[in-house]
Design a protein around this ligand. Structure first.
Ligand SMILES: Cc1ncc(COP(=O)(O)O)c(C=O)c1O
Length: 451
């Protein structure tokens, strides 16, 4: 009990169930607080409301709880770690777990992507990767390479670096002039050419060639890096057209430009492989990750870099810091313990392979169950992901999907993710075929109600 009377008095005046104080992120606060969607517990494929109602998780939380919820080995690892070592600095000191985890992640990554820099979120991972790219050119004598190339509709988190290379208008337009010297590739979506495609669309690979136009405009000698999500996720799920990522790699190679894959969503199994880089046979120079690394249990992210990038920094006096960057909670012991347990679980239960096996039945179930329902104008599927585009209500973009999400939670007992008028589905990898059916059936019910 506190001995400070002021604090005690303040605590005594807190009203029960007061939703006022928390300014919720990426949430319409007034609407939520009028009709809250409260979550109090979780296990495996379900969330539970405070009054015990089960909510089937159709979105793996926020694309992160890949192994399902409150899995015993991960819970036990976090509990053990909390009792053993709460925190230790990652500046100038290190834990055995952090080194082991870095090695395990490097083993999962393709090619010579074999050094890992730990951070605490996807946004930090992206800003870290962009900073490493700029610093890399500095330490290798090409400090004039400062331009960063992102893509329209890209989502790279909410740091200033991430929103600068990102291409989601509302995430950018309120926040000033952002980073200078950034350009954007066109996004890869064309409904007329791609509607209702399962997997990678046939049309659109040529859009990578726009990078040549951007390079011609600025000159390669000024460009540090290109960053893309292999599958654009948060904008509403845009699978890469066939050949697109391979072309980006070729063009970057031709001009000596670094290629960064933002795998915050696609990393750790979402497309059936440890990283999408492997699915597409493309080795980028850096991979950013977060979310699935420990199945969403403790904040953690990171950047995996190729050996030549790491090596370029390892010079100068041995007592001197090589990269002036890091976070207090980089490689936090709880996050590392959770990640090691999650990676074990992914391997023991074959969960990435399970995604590969489920990809076909998942795509079939979603297409068959939802195509033709009211307002459904496109469906895209890839790995264990699906997006359903709804026709917007006149003058109210996003209102229809918001109503669908509310109804899914309150009436159907299903958690879905929405962005604009797109519903994104991305269940944990332990989803059964019956539960896939249940997700589709509940979504269909909601779409009919909204229609
Ligand atoms: C591709 C990508 N990059 C970065 C982020 C940002 O991650 P965080 O919300 O952990 O900062 C996200 C989040 O969804 C993402 O999908």
């Amino acid at each position: 009990m506190t001995s400070q009377p002021g604090l005690r008095a303040a605590a005594d005046t807190l009203a029960p169930n007061d939703l006022g104080a928390w300014w919720m992120p990426f949430t319409p606060n007034r609407s939520f607080k009028a009709r809250p969607r409260l979550i109090a517990g979780a296990k495996d494929m379900h969330y539970f409301t405070p009054d015990g109602r089960a909510i089937l998780d159709g979105s793996a939380g926020l694309w992160c709880c890949n192994a399902g919820h409150n899995r015993d080995p991960i819970v036990a690892a976090i509990q053990r770690q909390a009792a053993e070592l709460d925190f230790s600095p990652a500046f100038q000191f290190g834990t055995p777990q952090a080194f082991t985890l870095a090695s395990r992640i490097a083993q999962l990554a393709p090619g010579d992507l074999d050094h890992v820099f730990f951070v605490n979120s996807g946004s930090e991972a992206v800003d870290t990767a962009l900073k490493i790219a700029l610093a890399y050119w500095n330490v290798t004598g090409q400090g004039q390479r400062t331009r960063l190339i992102g893509r329209e509709r890209g989502y790279h988190g909410v740091g200033f670096g991430g929103i600068s290379v990102g291409g989601i208008v509302n995430n950018r337009k309120f926040f000033g002039s952002l980073l200078a010297g950034v350009d954007h590739l066109p996004h890869t979506y064309n409904r007329a050419e791609q509607a209702f495609t399962k997997g990678e669309p046939e049309w659109g690979g040529h859009l990578a060639e726009d990078l040549e136009r951007i390079i011609a405009l600025h000159d390669a000698s000024t460009i540090a890096a290109v960053i893309v999500e292999p599958m654009a996720g948060s904008t509403g799920v845009l699978p890469p057209p066939k050949g697109y990522l391979q072309k980006l790699r070729q063009i970057c190679d031709r001009h000596g430009i670094l290629l960064i894959f933002d795998e915050v969503i696609t990393g750790f199994g979402r497309l059936g492989f440890p990283f999408a880089a492997e699915r597409y046979g493309v080795v980028p120079d850096m991979i950013t990750f977060a979310k699935g690394v420990n199945s969403g249990t403790v904040p953690m992210g990171g950047v995996i870099v190729r050996k030549p990038i790491y090596d370029a920094f390892m010079k100068g006096p041995e007592w001197g810091i090589e990269l002036f960057h890091g976070y207090t909670y980089s490689a936090h012991p709880l996050a590392c313990a959770a990640a090691l347990a999650a990676l074990d679980l992914y391997r023991e239960e074959g969960l990435f392979e399970r995604v590969r096996k489920l990809e076909g039945p998942w795509a079939d179930a979603v297409m068959t169950g939802l195509k033709g329902l009211p307002n459904v104008v496109d469906i895209r599927t890839l790995g264990l992901v699906a997006a359903i585009d709804l026709a917007s209500k006149p003058g109210a973009v996003g209102a229809r999907a918001y109503e669908a999400m509310e109804r899914a939670f309150h009436e159907a007992g299903l958690m879905i993710r929405i962005t604009g008028d797109t519903i994104a589905l991305s269940p944990p990898f332990i989803v059964s075929e019956d539960q896939i059916g249940e997700i589709v059936e509940k979504t269909a019910r909601v779409l009919k109600a909204v229609g």
